[in-house]
Design a protein around this ligand. Structure first.
Ligand SMILES: [Zn+2]
Length: 139
């Protein structure tokens, strides 16, 4: 899937898949997403940019059935929290099979998801999402 990212610097697609771009604090070793110029936990400056793990586990989820203001993508879509092995929880869209309810704790992987159309280029507007590791949706 190609398209225009909703915002630069949040994720990247490589041959290995989609990874979120976070950073790791040089003082307290905490990871965070998205990247910031300071550790949001301890306040130390200049955290190290890192690629976060492309897989995690589902921590919580729900269906969004009504489009939020300004959103012109499809509904319903999944929404929830995925816990990454680095110890942080990421609030995220979820690409799910509408006939298969996910299970908290199940393995998830980062994918790209079309969330609308870029008004300037007319190309797909894409963002990161997470999908069940054993599913083929979202590729
Ligand atoms: Zn820190």
């Amino acid at each position: 899937m190609s398209g225009v990212a909703v915002r630069a610097g949040l994720f990247e697609q490589t041959d290995a898949g989609v990874t979120l771009l976070g950073d790791r604090c040089r003082t307290c070793d905490a990871h965070q997403f998205p990247r910031a110029g300071i550790c949001t936990l301890c306040g130390a400056p200049d955290p190290v940019p890192v690629q976060l793990a492309a897989t995690g586990t589902l921590w919580a989820w729900t269906w969004v059935t009504a489009p939020p203001p300004g959103y012109d993508g499809p509904v319903p879509y999944g929404f929830g929290v995925v816990e990454l092995p680095e110890g942080l929880r990421v609030i995220t869209r979820l690409v799910l099979d509408p006939d298969v309810a996910p299970t908290v704790g199940q393995p998830m992987r980062a994918v790209l998801d079309t969330v609308g159309t870029d008004p300037e280029s007319g190309h797909d507007l894409v963002s990161w999402a997470f999908s069940p590791l054993d599913a083929s949706v979202g590729l």
